[in-house]
Design a binder for this molecule. Structure first.
Ligand code: GAL
Length: 696
């Protein structure tokens, strides 16, 4: 009865809210909104005696898990000799899993080639820059650039896809494991790099010389065959070359995964294909394999670094670590999953503490809050041998005792199953929440480029971006990290922090966005170089002058022990990493000025109306982010966008007609429930690592 009433309320709310929501997330064909989310656990049948499989799947099922994850590192068992495949054991494991209602995520085990492969074809092994050749006995030692490695991988994958591509017990596929960008120094990689450059520069070495500025220091090339892989160890290596090399290296990972995916899709018509990236945002490959159905990430929260809040913060983790990954992965294709979430202690941190009781459940809700479709945990059983012996699982070393984290997974799953009874569609979100939707425009190439020429050792591109991101989360704003491929017009506010590499086309797009009613925030270092990393032959920083109408007089960088100050509305803030002294447009409002040095009184921040929108230019990076917070507060007030003021550590998200409040703080937090809402889980007094779920 109560549930029915709740459902009606949700539905009514939905009608109002959908009408006000302009930005719907693409619902995918793969998941069902009414499931809210699915939860799974990794299992490695090849690690355990076959006689235990059934017991383990039965227990996994009893704990509530709905899927499992097989064959991630099992190439040696799947193809024990070249060309001889053995899937009988995997068939048996799948049959037993299905008996206990567990669907399966199938993997391509390309992170762990069998020993016969490395011994017979040693040329597939990655060669490090210092000449060390990686060897069998660990993982991720095979080169994605090796055409032979690719060929052998594709053969194995095709067999697997032929065998399982049409099997309804398999829901989807994970390619490789945590595929990253490799820096392989084999000759084959060098030749591939040259070909990449030939293609990019239309076989014209003069174009390359021009792009890389090789007139400098006699670096000029007369033929593509003279080009080698850049040596990072060489401090002053041409950074234009490094920029292209990083593009090339990312493309190798992307091509390899893309081809794996297309191969599987030849056979698998009703199974999704994804991979499990580490959220290393600046590696440049995430989202680059276009055939994938959606993107997944892996996330570890507690490993000994104290990135959390308060004395026990190291047991809870960084409050924005999952949120940021959600907001980065979801916008790529409208949905995402989390393939690995730690169930307890890990074994690879500097110190591997126990998570705070409640923290594992908090992380699960954090993943959910961002709009995910599933979370899987690494791993079901704690390993008894091998590199990861001390790594916790859902059950301990005896294979049956449920760990504290295992119990928290079970709690989360039962809570989700209860909530499914009165789900609302994914995009049911309040209008005021939607109104503060903000995009952060991100391109990994900016941080690559800045990193090679920081100009101030205390500059940190990600810390700079975080000052804005953290503010937006305190506003209770939905945030999407977007690439230039996305339509900015979906967002009332777009922030492009330290967006160093740009071109006229991008500046024109920004201008059109603003003229159309968008509110653009550009921050220091933006559009100072072209896409090759060169400075345009024009006044410094003038690429965006047509948009801001400002001129950049000069920039200054200060010693961290002697910071400068800026002032906005009578309040002072410290800065030292980067400060641009602006000559403002005639119609610009100056919002912030420098208060010392020989440029005292000169503008650091300008705000200007243009067409139907506004452009805010922030020429300075503050020390601790309070300035960025106050600045965005001022801007959103000016734009009549309602914002909240949540303390750091508390986040609020909405999905499926529910509000989700998470407390990573070291004190209880009292949340003011919106009028008419109803608590579904928890209490409005939220303890540390606590969660509050309410219906709209
Ligand atoms: C991940 C990796 C898993 C496992 C895990 C241990 O980075 O993808 O295979 O090694 O770490 O925490």
């Amino acid at each position: 009865m109560i549930r029915n009433k709740l459902f009606t309320t949700l539905l009514t709310g939905l009608l109002i809210l959908l009408a006000s929501s302009t930005q719907a997330q693409t619902p995918t064909q793969w998941f069902n909104d009414k499931d809210l989310t699915l939860t799974g656990a990794y299992y490695y049948p090849e690690h355990w005696d076959e006689s235990q499989w059934e017991r383990d799947f039965k227990k996994m099922h009893e704990l509530g898990f709905e899927f499992t994850h097989f064959a991630e590192f099992a190439w040696a068992q799947l193809e024990p000799e070249e060309g001889r495949y053995d899937f009988a054991w995997l068939d048996q494991a799948i049959t037993l899993a299905a008996k206990y209602d567990l669907k399966v995520v199938m993997c391509t085990s390309t992170a762990t080639p069998p020993v016969w492969l490395s011994r017979k074809y040693p040329e597939i092994l990655v060669k490090a820059e210092d000449g060390t050749v990686l060897d069998h006995g660990a993982r991720q030692h095979a080169s994605f650039t090796s055409s032979l490695y690719r060929e052998l991988s594709y053969k194995m994958i095709e067999k697997l896809a032929q065998h399982y591509g049409n099997d309804p017990r398999i829901i989807g596929w994970q390619l490789d494991n945590e595929p990253a960008v490799q820096f392989d120094y084999n000759l084959e990689a060098e030749l591939a790099f040259r070909n990449f450059l030939r293609k990019k520069y239309n076989d014209n070495i003069k174009s390359l010389n021009n792009a890389w500025g090789t007139a400098f220091w006699s670096e000029v090339y007369s033929d593509f065959d003279e080009i080698t892989l850049p040596k990072h160890a060489q401090m002053f290596m041409n950074h234009h070359q490094i920029l292209d090399y990083r593009r090339f290296a990312a493309s190798q990972t992307n091509d390899f995964l893309n081809k794996q995916c297309l191969l599987i899709k030849k056979y698998a018509k009703n199974q999704w294909v994804t991979t499990n990236y580490i959220p290393n945002y600046d590696e440049g490959h995430i989202g680059g394999s276009l055939a994938l159905d959606f993107q997944c990430y892996t996330r570890y929260m507690v490993y000994g670094d104290n990135e959390g809040i308060g004395r026990r913060g190291y047991r809870v983790g960084n409050p924005l670590r999952i949120a940021w990954a959600n907001d980065f992965f979801r916008p790529i294709q409208g949905t995402y999953g989390v393939m690995e979430l730690q169930p307890g202690q890990v074994n690879w941190g500097g110190i591997n503490p126990q998570p705070l009781p409640g923290a594992v459940r908090l992380w699960l809700w954090s993943v959910f809050a961002g709009g995910s479709d599933f979370t899987c945990t690494y791993r079901y059983r704690q390993p008894l041998y091998g590199t990861e012996q001390y790594h916790y699982g859902i059950v301990g070393t005896d294979g049956v005792t449920v760990t504290p984290g295992g119990h928290e997974f079970a709690t989360f799953i039962s809570e989700i199953k209860e909530l499914r009874k009165h789900y609302a569609p994914r995009d049911t979100k309040p209008a005021d929440f939607q109104a503060r939707r903000t995009a952060i425009l991100f391109n990994h190439e900016n941080s690559w480029s800045i990193e090679r020429q920081k100009q101030n050792r205390t500059w940190d591109t990600f810390a700079h971006i975080e000052k804005y991101y953290r503010t937006l989360k305190s506003f209770g704003a939905p945030v999407d990290f977007i690439s230039e491929a996305k339509d900015m017009n979906n967002y009332p506010v777009v922030i492009a922090p330290a967006y160093q590499l740009a071109d006229k086309e991008l500046v024109d797009r920004w201008t059109a966005y603003v003229k159309n009613g968008g509110n653009l925030v550009l921050t220091c270092r933006t559009a100072q170089k072209d896409r090759y990393g060169r400075l345009p032959e024009a006044p410094f920083g003038s690429l965006i002058t047509p948009l801001t109408e400002n001129k950049l007089d000069f920039y200054d960088l200060l010693l961290p022990e002697d910071p400068g100050t800026i002032v906005m509305d009578g309040k002072k803030y410290a800065w030292n990493t980067w400060g641009e002294v602006l000559i403002p447009a005639a119609d610009a409002q100056v919002w912030t000025t420098y208060t010392n040095e020989f440029y005292e009184g000169k503008p650091a921040v300008t705000f200007r109306k243009l067409g139907k929108g506004t452009i805010t230019y922030v020429g300075v990076d503050s020390r601790d982010g309070t300035f960025e917070k106050d600045l965005l507060k001022k801007l959103y007030a000016q734009l009549n966008i309602p914002v909240m003021d949540l303390p750091y550590g508390v986040t609020l998200e909405y999905r499926n007609g529910m509000g989700i409040v998470l407390n990573y703080g070291d004190k209880p937090y009292t949340f003011n429930l919106p009028k008419g809402s109803k608590v579904l889980i928890g209490n409005n007094e939220i303890p540390t690592a606590g969660v509050l779920i309410f219906s709209l």
